[in-house]
Design a protein around this ligand. Structure first.
Ligand code: FEO
Length: 400
């Protein structure tokens, strides 16, 4: 019965056959999913041949197969795997049993990962190359090999006749919804932004090149593997253009954690000084914020402030985790600074600085106070806000 809820025709002969996962709250035991997620898979029935594009997470096998049965698929000519990660390939072993002679079309790297992650024999895979086109009769599919959106084997599949791009992880969002197409654009943008920040941002430079390549194709609909389909495609393509561009905004992200209130006082004072100097600021308590909120804020901020107490000899563990996250997702941050309070000593500045190996930011002089902030600390914070404002205003790549 639930299959009827998720089996939908997108265009004549093209079906959505995946599954919604309303209950999932965490991805990779790491990424919070405030609105669940979906694992989208597609079927294209051409006038001569039929293809399945991607599968679903193995927890949704039953729903996926129900959809295929309801479609009445007696013969499948191709199983196309855009990405080997298990949330899209997990039902492939089952599919190979259901269609024992159907080849899996994938990139060379994907073949290797399907073997090591799912035990798919090499002989079941038929390699495709960049730009290769297969015909299903009245519809064709072109494969674009696009490493690192999200793993090294990823590819996109493009149906020229329908101007439809099957983008797998790229352009997705963790968004369980009964809408086949995105209709709530405000929610869609927030969730797409979180998803980009957490999953795609480390690959910003590659994605920018792919956007250039995709701009040469007519794309009306984007069919990702997470979240609703997107039409017009320009909605998400424009957002990705903006997020992957070199420019940053006249904003600072103030990440803080406080144990006895000293760092909170510093953060609040600096927030006020930044606003007085016309710098936008987003303040996030990293002890309670989820990683999606932090990552999302880092997409286009020009400055990041790490505000932490010293616990024993180094930064608060919540700030260590946050610093690690900020570093691995490689934001465009131009300026960074460490502020905080300590009891008797420690190496907070050295430890945080040593963790920022991927952030190409100019480190501004740190401000650390022993115990509670005093007049001298507040003066230093005022000066810091003025310095950040001047740097933002004098940098031509910062949008004022
Ligand atoms: Fe949705 Fe990289 O898997």
């Amino acid at each position: 019965m639930y299959g009827k809820m998720t089996l939908r025709e997108i265009k004549k002969g093209i079906y959505s056959v995946g599954a919604q996962d309303w209950d999932r709250q965490l991805f990779d035991e790491l990424i919070p999913l405030p609105q669940g997620t979906s694992y989208n898979a597609y079927v294209i029935k051409g006038s001569e041949k039929t293809a399945i594009i991607d599968t679903v997470d193995p927890t949704k096998d039953e729903e996926f197969v129900t959809n295929l049965v309801e479609l009445g698929l007696s013969k499948v000519d191709y199983i196309i795997i855009n990405h080997a990660e298990q949330d899209h390939s997990g039902s492939l072993p089952l599919l190979l049993e259901l269609f024992p002679t159907t080849p899996v079309l994938c990139s060379e790297k994907c073949r290797e990962l399907l073997k090591t992650h799912l035990g798919v024999p090499y002989e079941r895979c038929q390699l495709v190359t960049d730009g290769e086109i297969i015909s299903l009769g009245d519809k064709t599919l072109e494969f674009l090999i696009t490493p690192w959106v999200h793993w090294p084997e990823t590819m996109l599949s493009y149906c020229k006749e329908e101007e439809l791009l099957f983008s797998c992880d790229l352009f997705g969002s963790h968004y369980a919804t009964s809408d086949l197409f995105l209709s709530d654009y405000a929610t869609g943008e927030i969730l797409a932004r979180r998803y980009y920040a957490e999953i795609m941002m480390p690959f910003r430079t590659s994605i920018r090149n792919y956007l250039q390549r995709l701009s040469e194709k007519r794309i009306t609909i984007i069919a990702p593997s997470h979240g609703p389909l997107i039409a017009p495609a320009s909605f998400i393509l424009d957002l990705y253009q903006k997020w992957t561009a070199d420019q940053t905004t006249n904003t600072a992200v103030l990440l803080y954690v406080s144990m006895h209130g000293s760092v909170r006082q510093m953060a609040q004072y600096l927030e006020r000084c930044l606003i007085e100097n016309d710098v936008g600021v987003k303040v996030i308590n990293v002890a309670t914020a989820d990683s999606g909120t932090i990552a999302s804020a880092l997409i286009d901020a020009s400055t990041v402030i790490f505000a932490t107490p010293t616990v024993l000899f180094g930064p608060h563990p919540a700030m260590v985790t946050t610093t690690y996250l900020a570093n691995v997702i490689r934001p465009k941050t131009r300026y960074a600074v460490i502020i905080g309070s300590y009891g008797w000593g420690g190496k907070t500045v050295e430890i945080i600085t040593s963790m920022l190996t991927h952030i190409k930011a100019e480190m501004l002089p740190p401000i650390l106070v022993q115990g509670v902030p005093d007049e001298k600390t507040r003066n230093a914070l005022s000066e810091l806000a003025i310095q950040i404002a001047e740097k933002h205003h004098n940098n031509p790549d910062i949008l004022i």
